[in-house]
Each structure stands twice: as structure tokens, then as C-alpha cells.
Ligand binder design. Sequence first.
Ligand code: DHE
Length: 534
Amino acid sequence: MKIKRSICKITGFTLALVSLTISAAQAGTSKDNKAGEKLYVEHCQACHGVGRLGAMGPALFPENLSRLRKNKAVKVIENGRAATQMPAFNKTLTQAEIASLTDYIYTPAKELPQWSLADIKATNIQHFDQSKLPDKPQFDADLMNLFIVVELGDHSATLLNGDTFEPITRFKTRFALHGGPKYSPDGRFVYFASRDGWISKYDIYNMKTVSEVRAGINTRNLAVSSDGKYAIVGNYLPHNVVILDTKDLSPIEMIETKSSEGVSSRVSAVYNAPPRHSFIVALKDVKEVWEIPYSDKGGVDVYKGWAHDYRKDGGEGKVENWKSEDRFPVRRIKTQDYLDDFFFDPEYINLIGTARNSHNGQVINIDTKKKVATIELTGMPHLGSGITWDYQGKEVFASPNIKEGKVTVIEMENWQVIKEIKTEGPGFFMRSHSKSPYAWADVFFGPNKEKVHIIKKDTLEIVKTIAPAPGKTAAHVEFTKDGKYVLLSVWDNDGAVIVYDANTLEEVKRLPMKKPSGKYNVYNKINYERGTSH
Ligand code: DHE
């Protein structure tokens, strides 16, 4: 694989564009399927990337499709895929063409693309010398009440003042960001991940992208450690996690994601678990969840009792056998099913996980590695978007569902579903704030995608449904630091972020934006506010 480097000027700073060019051998297949390849280039490449490497859509190699049977893949191509940007091709392509395309994506590449630690290092760019930049913000605003709004329409982000709702600056991001950007613990820096593997570090005080690195070919998301020292990146391609030094985004370690039996797996997502001082890794193709402690002592001090768990080989080595080079050892938790989508209880003792195609959720105690409950869950809950609050003196967890029109409310003491709140269609995101009496849930899919429900947290009833931009998807809200205002996205190139009074539920302001997706409040994110994503 070759790296092509060119320099261009974007929004006032010099951005080194590093684009991957793949050799003809890699782009081709071991068994020639020219017709399938041609169809791929015509219909799939724009989203799934040149040479099937992944871009907006995931990489398409047999190694990355191991959990999808070929006949199911045909159905996905025919009908599209719920909760993704994958459209239906049954009106564009014939049955024979779909079959040929399916054959093509299930044919191994002549050479599976490699992306070594050295390749990653070679892409590491320092746009600015951090030590020469001022340590004081170059604008006047409450630094805890800032928002970053990701605008997918033209691959930009806006830094927004959360008191005046005026943009402070707008800047270019990498192509197709996905997942929430993550802040440093003091809120000064924000780290973005793009679907094609680029990680960018943005200095909010100086309004500059300071460092970048390409940590993977097809990336899921990133998480930042509570001490702010490390970022972990989870990849679909190659099958690994990469740990970066947040100072300059230089790579420290790459850990191949293989089960204890040696089966290779994509990474669904990575999370930070603050009270545990560890990262949690969700694996897509094997029945394991990993915990990777990042404490300077390799986890031994924090996890005295079970330090033997933290060994790369997953074996039961003794503490005295601890190797100092095991800087980021792996603790394996075996699960009964695949787990794609996660939620953690506020203490990070239990994780709630579901496989995208199952009807049950599993609750697993991370300390004991034991399953503690099965939750009856139909409708494909989007646990990652779930939130918690107190209801009748007990803590409840609520999650939208991406296949059915309902919000599922679960009591966390006994893991029972206590209510399914009927909505006007499947939803993707849910949000609240500890100071707000309401939770907001969107209807992301189907004919009512323009609607957003507002649920009273103490009655579990929908009290209002709004449709702020007829015909356009309205989804994903975030609250201001004090919980007094709510910001909602209209997902359209001619879209907006709409500000609502969080108590009267009246519109206050409309800011035009280009397909705004997520928005992230500094205070709520760094304080792991209960109503927001973590
Ligand atoms: Fe996301 C977060 C997985 C499709 C927009 N999405 C996440 C996270 C995961 C995830 C695991 C939490 C990680 C984090 O924030 O660090 N998303 C998936 C999928 O598996 C799925 C269904 C299929 C896929 O294509 O990967 C998927 N997601 C989408 C979309 O189609 C969305 C709507 C548009 C897009 O950007 O691709 C989308 N996902 C988002 C957003 C967040 C997110 C805006 C952050 C939410 C937050 O508030 O933190």
C-alpha cells in the first residue's frame, strides 16, 4: 500500500492530505469477477471506498462479513439496512446483478490491506507546535458551556457559544466523522474520529487542528482515558485497537483483536470506563468483551485482586509473572452471545449488551465476568443512546429502538422492562439532563422522521410531539450545561440547529447548518452527565 501526500490550504491552516492509494492487486480479487467489480465501482464505491476498504460505509471483504450470511447480504443489497445510510437497490439492479455483486464482496482480496504501526506513524502530522500556542482561550465565553456541532453536510464542525447560541468558529473536519467526538478531561481539546480512520486533535482555546493521524483503514470510534493521556481507536479494518498518545497522537501500541482461540474480530466500539481506569472494547465477531486498564502501573494497583486476569494471552498468570512490557494488557470476558451495542450502569460495574440480531439483552458484571440477567428486548434497542434517571425512587434506563416504534424503559435494580412507550416510528437517539423533567426521543426512521417526542420522566408519558421542519429528519438533542436549553438537529444540507427552552418547550432560536448530526456540550460530556452519551 502506498501513501500519497499532498498539501493544501483549508480554512487558514495547512492540512497535509494523506490519501491511501491501493495497488491494482489489492483492489482486485483472487478469482476474477469483473462484472461484480464493475457493479461495485458504479454503485457501492462512493460509500464503501475504493478497493472495498470502507469509507462512509464499512469495508466489504469476507473477513469483515463473517457474521452476515450470503443470502442475508443479498437481502441487505435488495432492501437496504435499517439504521444505516445503506439504500435499497431492488429497483436499480437486477437479481443477477445483485448476485454478482454479492459474489464479488464475498471474494477474498488478493492481498488483505495492511496498516501497521509504522504505516500509522508515517501519517502522524503536527500542524502546530503545541508548546508555542497560548494556554488561554482566544475568545470570550463560558468554556464549560461550549458545544461542538458536527456538520456532515460539508464535513465541518462549529464551535458554538452555549450562552449566546452564536457560532465562535467553524472549521473543516475529515470526511465522514462518526460517533461522538471526545473531550480531554479539562475540556480544552476535542478528538474526532472519521470512518476512514483519521483521528484529529482540535485545540478549542486556539481554534486550531493541532495533530492528526490515520489510526485505521475503516474505523468505528475513539475513547479518551480519564487522565487524558491516551486515546483508544477501535477498527473494523484491520481488526485491532490502536492506543495513541494524546500529546501528539503518536501511536503507542496496536493490539490485534483475536479471541483466546485465535479467531480474528472486528471491533464494534471502544469506551472509557472512568471509575475502572480502563477502556472497554466491544468485539463484533467473537463472543468476548475486553477490558484494557490504562493506569500507569499496568492496572496492578487498581485491580490487585484479579491482576492475573490482565494478561495478553488471557491466561491465569500470577502477579509476579507480570511483564513490565504489558503496558496495555487485555482482560477477556467471555460472553454467551455476540455483543454489538453497549450501555454501562453509572458505576461501570455492569454492562448491558445486545447483538444487533437478537431479541435479548445480556447484563454482565464486569468484575465477576458473570452474566447477571437477561433482558427481554425486541425492536433492536440502540443501547449506546440510552440514558438513566430516577423514577419513583428507583433508577431506570431508557433506550430507543431502531426496528420498532418504542422506547424501552428498564428498572436497573432487577433488570425488568417496566414500560414500552409507543412512538411514531423507530428512533436513534435519546437525551435528557439531570435538571430537566423531560427526555427527548427522535423518530429517525420511516414516514414520521420529522417528529421528536418529549417524554415526562416522572410519568413515562409522551407530553408533546414536535415536527420543527416538515419532511426533514429531526434528531439528536443535547442540553446546555445548566439544563435550561435544548439543541436539536435538522439533518439536511439546508438544515439547522434549533434551540428550545427546556421547560416551556418553545423554540428560541434557529441556526442554519449543513446537515448537523451530533452536538456535544463540554460540561455534560466531561462530567459524564446522566442524560448524555458517554
Ligand atoms: Fe452511529 C454513535 C454505531 C449508524 C450517527 N454509533 C455511535 C456509537 C456507536 C455507533 C457504537 C457510539 C460510539 C461513540 O460515540 O463513541 N452507528 C453505529 C452503527 O453500528 C450503525 C447502526 C451502523 C454504521 O453504519 O456504523 C450506526 N450512526 C449511524 C448513522 O447512520 C448515523 C445516523 C449517521 C452517521 O454519522 O453515520 C450515526 N452515531 C451517530 C452519532 C453518534 C453515533 C451522531 C454520536 C451520538 C452521541 O450523542 O454521542
